[in-house]
Design a protein. Sequence first.
Length: 272
Amino acid sequence: MDEPVTPAFADLVVTNRAAIDELLRTRRTQTNEVGRAAILALMLSDASKRAKRPLAWIDLGASGGLNLNTDHFRIEYKVGERVLTTGPANAGLTLQCEVRSGSPDIAPAHPPVSWRVGIDRAPIDVTNAAEARWLQACLWPSQPERQARLTTAIEIANRMPPRLIAAEAVDGLANAMAQVPADTALVVTTSWVWFYLPEPTRQAVLAMMAASDRRVRWYSLEAAGVVNELGYEGEPSVIDSVVGRVELGGGEPIEAAVLGRSHPHGAWLEWC
Ligand SMILES: C[S@@+](CC[C@H](N)C(=O)[O-])C[C@H]1O[C@@H](n2cnc3c(N)ncnc32)[C@H](O)[C@@H]1O
């Protein structure tokens, strides 16, 4: 049933018509969910354990790049009655994630990340106050906890600005992969991005990683059923996310694993 427009909203639109027209012409909905850092941290930890070398991290579809500061956040994982933490005790931002099943390896410190970059076709420069406000404006007003962690993550990014490449996925990945330092293990992450890529773009991204002469560890946090390579057999969902790892390139066969299932914003996790 259609709800009537409230007089306050109608008044806001009529009074600000020119500014709203301008926003509709020039902006796209753009979000950057920092709660996902609770899952990204476990991905970095898993990659570090497997590679045993400092990581080079490419976050594809990074938006404002706020999650590239994951290893500067403190994360509290509630596992049964216990709380296991990772990250610096004096971090400016603390995230909480409830581990509902399984035992992810939660180390007290984040692994070393010696190089990192984000790629986005429409990156948000969060050091520009108007751009940062757009990210804040795209959050639902009924979720003050998301607004609070976004605001804090923006403040942290103003002190430690993420490096972002403005490019479409395929060009951006080619550019970034060409810069990865030799003595690192390459990790590529996508969180709620694969969903948006057309099939030919997905195939081109996969082909580029598969053709790399180094091993590429691609970790995805995407709606259940979206990443075909994971062979996920559970129920598809447009809300709950599947945490996956696909290793490819380096002249070795592709290996894929479903690592878990999580809340889309990292509030809970079921680890395999
Ligand atoms: C839902 S947001 C997720 C952002 C971030 N990964 C997170 O978890 O908060 C999806 C992002 O993917 C980017 N994106 C979508 N299609 C893209 C493409 N073809 N190439 C590069 N970036 C793309 C969008 O601009 C947007 O920033």
